[in-house]
Design a protein around this ligand. Structure first.
Ligand code: 6PG
Length: 226
């Protein structure tokens, strides 16, 4: 495994701590936070919202919130990652510096300009799918090709396991982050996590960033990487 593994009984709490620590240690005035989707992300963002709302040491007005991937559905669709982020986080914390949802209608080059306008991404949150995907980088997908300089692409799951056309940061785009934090919960992720720990060739194992932290649920996955 590339990066640090941390087993925890409280993944959302560990995620919230990681964001608050990265914010406190940010090199610039503002803080760029890149978010994802899925049920684990929802729990993490709810926890971050309740830990930071009104906190003196965390100022959401200095935080620029971006998306690492999105499903190409209307913004208010129950499957939209931006809806998840709004409900679980943005609606809870008041004004943020900015929020830049991915819009498949505008296309990947438009979001690439958004991402490229930030000198660096301070932190990206990533999940791990049971098939080893992360963001919307699926096994066997063209989006994994790193032969060009693209930061953002559109993608589909060539194996048909994950619904919707997607937009996603590429490995290169993710690699612009100072810190990548994976949150992994649930026994259905065991094979994927085993592949990551043993250097297997799943998309999540290919992530590079300034540093990479794996927050793994001890109860459901505690024995996988030992
Ligand atoms: C998405 C995500 C995706 C997610 C994983 C894991 O839009 O679906 O960004 O990459 O992070 O599927 O999700 P869970 O950790 O919630 O299972």
């Amino acid at each position: 495994m590339r990066g640090d593994l941390e087993l925890t009984d409280d993944v959302p709490g560990g995620f919230s701590d990681s964001v608050r620590r990265a914010f406190a240690e940010r090199p610039g005035e503002r803080f760029t936070l890149v978010l994802s989707g899925g049920p684990t992300a929802r729990r993490c963002y709810e926890r971050l919202a309740s830990d930071t709302a009104g906190a003196r040491d965390f100022d959401w007005r200095l935080v620029d919130v971006l998306m690492g991937d999105e499903r190409c559905v209307p913004a208010d669709d129950p499957d939209a990652n931006q809806r998840l982020v709004r409900e679980s986080l943005l609606d809870q914390v008041g004004d943020v510096g900015s929020f830049q949802p991915m819009d498949c209608g505008q296309g990947a080059p438009a979001y690439e300009e958004v991402v490229g306008a930030f000198p660096a991404l301070d932190m990206i949150h990533l999940g791990l799918g049971p098939d080893g995907h992360t963001a919307s980088l699926f096994p066997g997908s063209d989006a994994l090709e790193t032969s060009d300089q693209r930061l953002v692409v559109e993608s589909v799951d060539p194996n048909g396991r994950n619904p919707h056309r997607r937009m996603t940061l590429t490995l290169r785009g993710i690699g612009r982050a100072r810190l990548a934090v994976f949150t992994v919960v649930g026994g259905e992720k065991a094979d994927a996590l085993r592949a990551v720990c043993s250097g297997g060739d799943v998309p999540a194992a290919r992530v590079r960033a300034g540093s990479v932290r794996w927050l793994v649920d001890r109860k459901t996955l505690g024995n996988i990487c030992s």
